[in-house]
Design a protein around this ligand. Structure first.
Ligand code: IPM
Ligand code: MN
Length: 356
């Protein structure tokens, strides 16, 4: 089969990890008889430098025309002084909105071979950890009205959290559908004891749950959820939550696997279209040093094969290749422990290719 992939390497370590993911995809194409056409596009700080805009129009147009988007990371200290809507991060938000990527899937999976990297006590994670955070990605406070106004306490700034029923319904459906393929538990996280938007969220999620009688639905306040993730993470299967809560909880969930450098993500639109990117950021401090872990990017490519291109056998092959490299004791510097062997970004790509 033939596919068009829009590649947005971005800033910092984005280009070097994406390069390894592209190598892996090309090899998958050779082995399984697919052709991937890659088109490299600008977004983020590099786009600001080249065009003056963090998200050039051509990038959006070309991304829309592709079958899927593979993104590295955006942002860096060079552009930190810039204002809200001109920053590199605005490109990410712009892409999410323009491409209709309302469902963000962030799996927090503790690889058997990396158990030692988990900062929690062993008994809390024995038997492994496999949580899927389903984060609403195109609504809520990230996209609500914002502004400033004068008050008697001085200048005030505000950002509005708003959710419409249909926005909640579609993300809830995504979460329940995912749960049906997993352990059939959905935990909906909100702040319904305080926020009106959370009360609407809770009502709609409960309504959706009626269509999924096999799935157990729990509601949990976000403060409690943050605590439960470190107290008893094994109670979770699928967590569904609003944009801001999901931003925070997905970082927490990723850290309890001990390996943020290993975690991929998918941002899905209606239909099969999606954008795939590592959960980690642009890590400017280690950029260009062959130190960045490319596994999150490579695993993001695997998610792309599975969710957008319908190639699950090929996705399995990538995930198994990564497990095989880990099983031989090879680690990136972020996960190096006693008794393991260090490799660099390119070498990790080489080793994964050799296991496909
Ligand atoms: C993420 C990031 C982004 C977000 C930033 C870079 C805008 O933290 O993807 O989690 O807050 O969504
Ligand atoms: Mn985040």
């Amino acid at each position: 089969m033939e596919f068009r992939i829009a590649c947005i390497p971005g800033d910092g370590i984005g280009p070097e990890v994406t390069e390894q993911a592209v190598r892996v995809l090309k090899r998958i194409g050779e082995i399984y008889g697919h052709t991937f056409h890659f088109e490299t596009l600008l977004a983020g700080g590099c786009a600001i430098d080249a065009t003056g805009k963090s998200l050039p129009e051509e990038t959006v147009t070309a991304a829309k025309a592709a079958d899927a988007v593979l993104l590295g990371a955006v942002g860096g200290p060079k552009w930190d002084g810039m204002s809200g809507d001109t920053r590199p991060e605005a490109a990410l938000l712009g892409l999410r909105k323009a491409l209709g990527l309302f469902a963000n899937l962030r799996p927090a999976l503790l690889f058997e071979q990396l158990k030692g990297a988990c900062p929690l006590k062993e008994e809390l994670v024995s038997g492994g950890l496999d949580i899927l955070v389903v984060r609403e990605l195109t609504g809520g406070i990230y996209f609500g009205e914002r502004g400033t106004k004068q008050t008697d306490m001085g200048l005030a700034a505000y950002d509005i959290e708003q959710y419409a029923e249909e926005e909640v319904r579609r993300i809830a459906v995504t979460a329940f559908e995912m749960a049906m393929k997993r352990n059939k538990i959905v935990t909906s996280v909100d702040k319904a004891n305080v926020l009106e938007s959370s009360r609407l969220w809770r009502r709609v999620v409960t309504e959706v749950s009626a269509s999924y009688p096999e799935v157990t639905l729990n509601h949990m306040y976000v403060d409690n959820a943050a605590m439960q993730l470190v107290r008893n993470p094994k109670q979770f299967d699928v967590i569904v939550t609003a944009n801001l809560f999901g931003d925070i909880l997905s970082d927490e969930a990723s850290m309890i696997t001990g390996s943020i450098g290993m975690l991929p993500s998918a941002s899905l639109a209606v239909g099969n279209f999606g954008m795939y990117e590592p959960v980690h950021g642009s890590a400017p401090d280690i950029a260009g040093k062959n130190l960045a872990n490319p596994m999150a990017s490579i695993l993001s490519a695997a998610m792309m094969l599975r969710y957008s291109l319908g190639l699950s056998k090929e996705a399995d092959a990538i995930e198994n290749a990564i497990r095989a490299v880990l099983a031989e004791g090879w680690r990136m510097p972020d996960l190096l422990t006693e008794g393991t062997k260090e490799m660099g970004t390119k070498e990790a790509g080489d080793r994964i290719l050799s296991k496909l």
